[in-house]
Design a protein around this ligand. Structure first.
Ligand SMILES: [Zn+2]
Ligand SMILES: [Zn+2]
Length: 259
């Protein structure tokens, strides 16, 4: 029993065969998933997926790549839209200095609006952070200092310092298929040190398919390979990873308990 805490069922690679994707997830023992919003302006279609399928929840937010195109989205909009019963998280928002697809100032403005929405609603913020460890650590320390909010650093690719900072601030860390890649030793180190009650697994599908599916389109069923790798790294059974990550998921995404 596993939950894919982060996927994008609205993206064309997965939308084209959604029933097949969901059936294969069920067969693989994946009994829940969160389809993550990347454009608030497309939230209606994401919400609709979660309304149609009992095992799919959704989030609301603007991906940092799109931050400059959704500067009209205010904290109040995120708060209002997240009141939908199937919407259990804010995001994904954050900063991505690897691609730098949007100006950095717009990414940071967006992130801070999403943080405010997480603080107001108590819903967890799904954070995307890439090649921005120092800046992300600073923003999190500053913002949590102004008032706590639940959060997860999704698809973790940062170093040990950012992981320690996030954990000290009460955050969670989510591992994707990247952890199965050969050159991901730092992420495996993070995986070894993260407490049993603070980690999640995800696919970030359709991207980043884990070994042995690397290069293919990713889908929620493949989260099992990531969980197997995490189990091997932590020296526990796959079943234990399932129990721990499911408990962690419902503790962090607590609205999922009732929706
Ligand atoms: Zn992301
Ligand atoms: Zn994503």
């Amino acid at each position: 029993m596993l939950i894919d805490s982060h996927c994008h069922l609205d993206f064309p690679e997965l939308a084209a065969d959604r029933d097949g994707v969901l059936a294969r997830a069920r067969d693989a023992g994946i009994d829940g998933m969160v389809t993550i919003c990347t454009w608030v302006d497309k939230f209606d279609s994401i919400r609709a997926i979660s309304e149609e399928h009992a095992e799919v929840w959704c989030s609301v937010g603007t991906h940092p790549h799109n931050a400059d195109q959704e500067l009209h989205i205010e904290t109040a909009d995120l708060v209002r839209l997240s009141a939908h019963p199937r919407c259990i998280a804010i995001g994904e928002a954050g900063i991505d200095f690897f691609y730098d697809n949007a100006p950095r100032a717009a990414q940071e403005t967006g992130l801070r609006r999403h943080i405010a929405a997480a603080r107001i609603t108590g819903l967890p913020l799904v954070i995307h952070s890439r090649s921005a460890d120092e800046e992300m650590g600073q923003i999190l320390e500053e913002e949590v200092g102004q008032g706590p909010f639940p959060f997860v650093l999704h698809c973790y690719t940062g170093g040990l310092d950012l992981a320690r900072t996030a954990l000290a601030l009460g955050g969670y860390i989510s591992f994707s298929g990247i952890i199965t890649f050969k050159n991901a030793e730092t992420i495996r180190e993070v995986c070894r040190m993260v407490p049993a009650d603070r980690y999640l697994v995800e696919t970030d599908a359709p991207y980043l398919a884990p070994v042995p599916h690397r290069g293919q389109s990713n889908e929620p069923a493949f989260v099992r390979h990531t969980a197997e790798t995490v189990a091997a790294i932590r020296g526990v059974s796959l079943a234990e990873v399932g129990v721990e990550t499911t408990a962690n998921f419902y503790r962090l995404f607590r609205k999922a308990q009732s929706s």
